[in-house]
Design a protein around this ligand. Structure first.
Ligand code: 9MG
Length: 257
């Protein structure tokens, strides 16, 4: 899954896809590099980010989806039902909801009615405050229990389980140690029986494990190591900025397996 942030304020990619023509070109390039799907988002979810209005989010993503015109498999990264509805009309096939259906009460209905796929992600708190002293007794057990519960709630809302993937939410209300504990024990998330999506590409935990306590991003080398580690522990979808390099790393990891 290639990442196309249509935002001016992403730490990880410096807002390179803020202009629609750049976002469209990036999405097309990612698919030629081996992405099965591109995740288009108009609202930053980085730690400390402020929410954006519905109009602003639509203004950012609609021209991109119109420009792609269904030529590329698209995931829409949104927690807003109206954005998801518009995106699905414009050809999006997956709704990537970092709130796991806790943000907008209408979103489950949009997903159920459209037959889109859905990603349910774990987050402790909300982006503005989530990195303020996150605490768990057993982070993996708690994330797994949360995802199981959200899977049940999505099913109750009429979304077929076969269309849902689960995501432990690297960096969303987790310390560096929490993130690495989840990565080490990712097989426990895979044991829930749904495909596991991992988004750790360029995240700050990677920069911090390399020795910079103030890092806000991580380098490509660390992102590739994390992608391979996740793949080896059962991840099936990797949400990444660097598609070509990740496909190459995973090709080698697959050959080893
Ligand atoms: C939008 N977004 C940013 N990070 C993410 C992650 O780790 N997973 C998912 N599903 N979405 C993410």
């Amino acid at each position: 899954m290639g990442i196309v942030n249509v935002t001016p304020d992403s730490f990880a990619d410096g807002g390179v896809n803020y202009r629609p023509e750049d976002a469209i070109a990036s999405a097309r390039r990612m698919v030629t590099e081996g992405a099965a799907i591109v995740d288009v988002g108009g609202e930053s979810t980085r730690p400390g980010a402020d929410p954006v209005s519905l109009d602003e989010e639509l203004n950012r993503i609609v021209p991109v989806l119109e420009g792609l015109a269904g030529t590329v498999p698209v995931s829409i990264d949104t927690a807003k039902a109206e954005v998801a509805r518009r995106a699905v009309e414009l050809g999006a096939v997956l709704v990537n909801d970092v709130t796991a259906l806790r943000g907008d009460p209408e979103l489950a209905g949009v997903v159920a009615d459209s037959g889109a796929y859905l990603c349910l992600m774990h987050m402790l708190g909300e982006p503005r405050t989530m990195q303020v002293a996150p605490r768990y007794d057993d982070v993996v057990a708690e994330v797994a229990a949360f995802l199981e519960e959200r899977l049940r709630i999505a099913g109750d809302a009429g979304i077929a389980e076969e269309r849902i993937c689960l995501d432990p939410g690297f960096g969303f209300g987790k310390t560096v140690e929490h993130n690495f504990e989840i990565l080490r024990r990712l097989n426990e998330i895979a044991a829930l029986g749904r495909p596991v999506l991992v988004g750790i590409s360029r995240k700050r935990a990677l920069g911090r494990i390399l020795g910079d306590p103030e890092a806000t991003t991580g380098p490509l080398s660390a992102s590739l190591a994390a992608a391979v580690a996740a793949y080896e522990r059962g991840a099936t979808i990797l949400r990444v900025h660097d598609v070509r390099e990740t496909v190459e790393a995973l090709t080698v990891a697959t050959a080893v397996q």
